[in-house]
Ligand binder design. Structure first.
Ligand code: PEP
Length: 252
């Protein structure tokens, strides 16, 4: 059962094949395999195969940034769990706020993606987070609870360890400034309590990682918080030195 800390790199729709190669080479030369930290890279879809070939045997894992719930068929532009497993992925990121916002992903679609992924053997990082407006109206907990209940509907307790919850307050993503440690702490405690009540007999509950402008300055403070099981890193994960520094500070 895995209670390692997790550092998850989301490269979003950035880089190109050459930059991906240089970044992965850099990460491989700087990072030694760590027993206590899981490192996962989520490159853009076209580079999954290249990254997979480079990280084989390194202990670093591969994730997609999205997945579709059907196995195959007339779903133009979509990619199935089966295909991602075939490409070497062991993870899928599901429900990122940018997909909810720009691709109009609903909690119902997200739930189908989660169920399909965990049943077929992919680990899932399920992203949840409140908008600035929800925070201003003091609806943070309500919004997070809704995303958790609807996103995790029908998940059986035996498959729950395959899931990680990524708490990403939408208003801090890409802003350069993370949420305060008090805010992170209180939302992580809330998520942890919700998960306990949703899955009362689960032997191991999902890890909960924080994402949103994590950088080399704030990582030490964030990663030592109780109930923070790691971090989801966007911008800083595309800079080899910064990303490796973040991983090393999580190890400490
Ligand atoms: C993200 O989009 O998942 C993210 C964490 O981005 P950033 O670190 O750039 O805020």
């Amino acid at each position: 059962m895995n209670k390692n800390k997790l550092v998850f790199a989301n490269w979003k729709m950035n880089l190109n094949s050459n930059k991906v190669r240089l970044l992965v080479e850099g990460i491989l030369s700087k990072l030694k395999p760590q027993d206590s930290v899981d490192v996962v890279l989520a490159p853009p879809l076209p580079y999954l195969g290249n990254v997979n070939a480079m990280i084989l045997g390194s202990g670093i894992e591969l994730s997609s940034q999205n997945v579709f719930w059907e196995n195959d068929g007339p779903y133009t532009g979509e990619v199935s769990v089966k295909m991602l497993l075939d490409m070497g992925c062991s993870w899928a990121m599901i429900g990122h706020s940018e997909r909810r916002q720009y691709l109009l992903e609903t909690n119902e679609m997200i739930n189908k993606k989660v169920l399909s992924s965990i049943k077929k053997g992919l680990k899932v990082i399920l992203c949840v987070g409140e908008s600035f407006e929800q925070r201003r109206r003091k609806k943070t907990f309500e919004s997070i609870a809704d995303q958790l209940y609807r996103g995790l509907r029908g998940v059986s307790e035996d498959l729950i360890p395959q899931i990680v919850i990524g708490y990403e307050p939408i208003w801090v993503i890409g802003s350069g400034e993370a949420a305060s440690v008090n805010d992170i702490s209180s939302v992580h405690n809330f998520i942890s309590d919700e998960l306990k009540s949703m899955f009362p007999s689960a032997k191991l509950l999902p890890r909960i990682v924080y994402g949103g402008s994590v950088n080399t300055d704030n990582i030490s403070q964030i990663s030592k918080l109780h109930n923070v099981d790691g971090v989801l890193v966007g911008n800083a994960s595309m800079d080899c030195d910064k990303f490796c520094d973040i991983v090393m500070k999580v190890v400490k």
